[in-house]
Design a protein. Structure first.
Ligand SMILES: Nc1ncnc2c1ncn2[C@@H]1O[C@H](COP(=O)(O)OP(=O)(O)O)[C@@H](O)[C@H]1O
Ligand SMILES: O=c1ccn([C@@H]2O[C@H](COP(=O)(O)OP(=O)(O)O)[C@@H](O)[C@H]2O)c(=O)[nH]1
Ligand SMILES: [Mg+2]
Length: 241
């Protein structure tokens, strides 16, 4: 079970070592060291907080989803993969399903309003305030629409910079049964990425919001560059109990 703790490392350590067995003891210990309201009311408390939004960008296969899982584990973010939300729409046989499927097969970009509606729904129904928005915005048009509809900008943007041959290799080995993980569609996706997504990366670089991560090496080697970004922002870290 995961529970949020204050970021100071000695609290984390004490919490880990003392609260070993009984859940009730864990809760009392937790309450003694925090001014936050008890966990069962956490949702209300967190909705009052301004959201902290991280856009996670990078080409297909650059490792966005893989690194997001580690950030979630260590820093308690909610991971919203735009691609996963769109695939869920297809699977649920929604009215837009066929159009989304055809767009993904072609490696093109789904209309902004649709993707933003899915992201917005998830954010509004979440009791968290820290979000990783993975694989979005994919174009300047996406970005501008998000900022207009949501009325917010991301706090930070991660960019996983990976050579094309490595991305192709990873996607072809992904084995998730995706309709777009084939060499023909990958080539189209890479073109779309260069033409439409890199301008978004450039925009956030010029705004001083971009953290560029060299996305080669093992998952852990790459995460060593990611971890300090969030640790330096003093987010509460998670400990396993
Ligand atoms: N550093 C890495 N080295 C080798 N393979 C990786 C690495 N990071 C991720 N992968 C694998 O590459 C594939 C694509 O990663 P994924 O996280 O899905 O990328 P993205 O979300 O950017 O498309 C997955 O099969 C994943 O397990
Ligand atoms: O905001 C988004 C995110 C994804 N997609 C579509 O969904 C596909 C898969 O996106 P995902 O982020 O899952 O791919 P990844 O980069 O992780 O391989 C993309 O190629 C697009 O066709 C889209 O249209 N808009
Ligand atoms: Mg992904």
């Amino acid at each position: 079970m995961w529970r949020r703790v204050v970021s100071a490392s000695h609290f984390t350590f004490a919490h880990k070592s003392i609260a070993n067995n009984k859940d009730v003891c864990k809760l009392k210990f937790w309450e003694a060291f925090t001014t936050e309201i008890p966990l069962k009311e956490k949702g209300t408390f967190q909705r009052d907080k301004t959201p902290f939004i991280t856009f996670v960008l990078g080409g297909p296969g650059s490792g966005k989803g893989t690194q997001c899982m580690k950030i979630v584990e260590n820093f308690g973010f909610t991971h919203l993969s735009a691609g996963d939300l769109l695939r869920r729409e297809i699977a649920s046989n929604s009215a837009d399903g066929t159009m989304i499927l055809n767009t993904i097969k072609e490696g093109k970009i789904v209309p902004s309003e649709l993707t933003i509606r899915l992201i917005q729904k998830e954010m509004e129904s979440s009791d968290n305030y820290k979000f990783l928005i993975d694989g979005f915005p994919r174009s300047e048009e996406n970005r501008i629409a998000f900022e207009q509809i949501m009325g917010v900008e991301p706090d930070i943007v991660l960019f996983f910079d990976c050579p094309e041959d490595e991305m192709v290799k990873r996607v072809l080995n992904r084995n998730q049964g995706r309709v777009d993980d084939n060499i023909v569609t990958i080539k189209k996706r890479l073109k779309v990425f260069d033409a439409l997504n890199l301008p978004v990366v450039k925009y956030y670089m010029e705004k001083g919001k971009l953290y560029k991560i060299k996305a080669v090496g093992t998952v852990d080697e790459i995460y060593k560059q990611v971890y300090p970004v969030f640790a330096s922002l003093n987010f509460e870290q998670q400990v396993r109990e």
